[in-house]
Design a protein around this ligand. Structure first.
Ligand SMILES: [Zn+2]
Length: 268
């Protein structure tokens, strides 16, 4: 599932292949992924425009055009982008296609179609309207704001990290990595966390997401002490070699080390 680091990769990819290029045609292949506008309107608005800049907020990618506002792309569970040349076959699960005037096309692919595409004049307004929290790597999102958002919450830490209305961009995988590195059980109650623990969650959240972007979201290239390469049935903890366990937290299967991430750790 694309989380903030994957979408950062899509943003780079979008910029590489689409920025500064005039749109010859836009083709909606799966009308059910289009929101807030009809497929025909979207195609008409985009044709003849040029993409001039991009923006990311959490799991959202925005691409500004010279006159039709911003294209909005959310990737859901299985979305991504694929560029291909005119002589190539369109990729599998092609749902929305931008064909460039000078040749080549950028496909929004999405097998399960949980994501969506739209057009907005105002990305900040859309983000606010959806009630999204700050993007997890936003330069202005400092510890003070993180603390203001998280302290006093009654729920579990994993659920809070996944809640896009508190902080935008983290999904199931990176939440497990963050909690492992912070040595917190996925079901730990926020209210039971001390200042130092909250600080370490914030610091680790930023570091994990940055590292994931640097490694191009390639789990195998993460540093050796990272959790994600081991996050599977029967996997061993990279710190103590204990066999990892799973628990449902926020309705999601969460992996954790029963030794390093104890529910009632002595520090609480
Ligand atoms: Zn361990």
């Amino acid at each position: 599932m694309p989380e903030l680091p994957e979408v950062a990769g899509y943003r780079k990819y979008f910029e590489k292949y689409a920025l500064g290029r005039k749109i010859g045609s836009a083709q909606v292949k799966a009308p059910r992924i289009i929101r807030g506008i009809t497929a025909g309107q979207l195609e008409g608005e985009l044709t003849g425009r040029t993409f001039i800049s991009t923006l990311q907020h959490g799991k959202y990618l925005f691409a500004q055009t010279d006159g039709a506002g911003w294209l909005v792309e959310h990737f859901g569970m299985t979305g991504g982008l694929r560029y291909f040349e005119d002589h190539d076959e369109p990729p599998k699960f092609d749902r929305f296609l931008i064909v460039f005037e000078t040749g080549g096309a950028l496909s929004y692919v999405n097998q399960r179609m949980f994501g969506w595409i739209g057009l907005t004049a105002d990305p900040a307004g859309l983000i606010e309207g959806k009630g999204l929290g700050p993007s997890a790597l936003d330069p202005g999102f400092d510890y003070g704001e993180f603390k203001r958002i998280f302290s006093g919450k009654t729920g579990e830490i994993k659920a809070a990290l996944l809640n896009q209305k508190l902080v935008a961009g983290i999904g199931n995988l990176y939440a497990d990595e963050i909690l492992f590195q912070a040595r917190l059980h996925p079901q730990a109650k926020i209210i039971g966390l001390g200042e130092k623990e909250l600080q370490s969650v914030y610091r680790i959240m930023r570091e994990v997401l940055r590292t994931a972007i640097e490694t191009n979201s390639d789990i195998e290239r993460l540093p050796p002490k990272y959790f994600l390469p081991h996050r599977k049935k029967g996997g061993g903890c990279p710190a103590c070699l204990s066999v990892l366990q799973t628990v449902k937290a926020a309705g999601r299967t969460s992996y954790f080390c029963p030794r390093c991430q104890q529910e009632n750790s002595p520090s609480r």
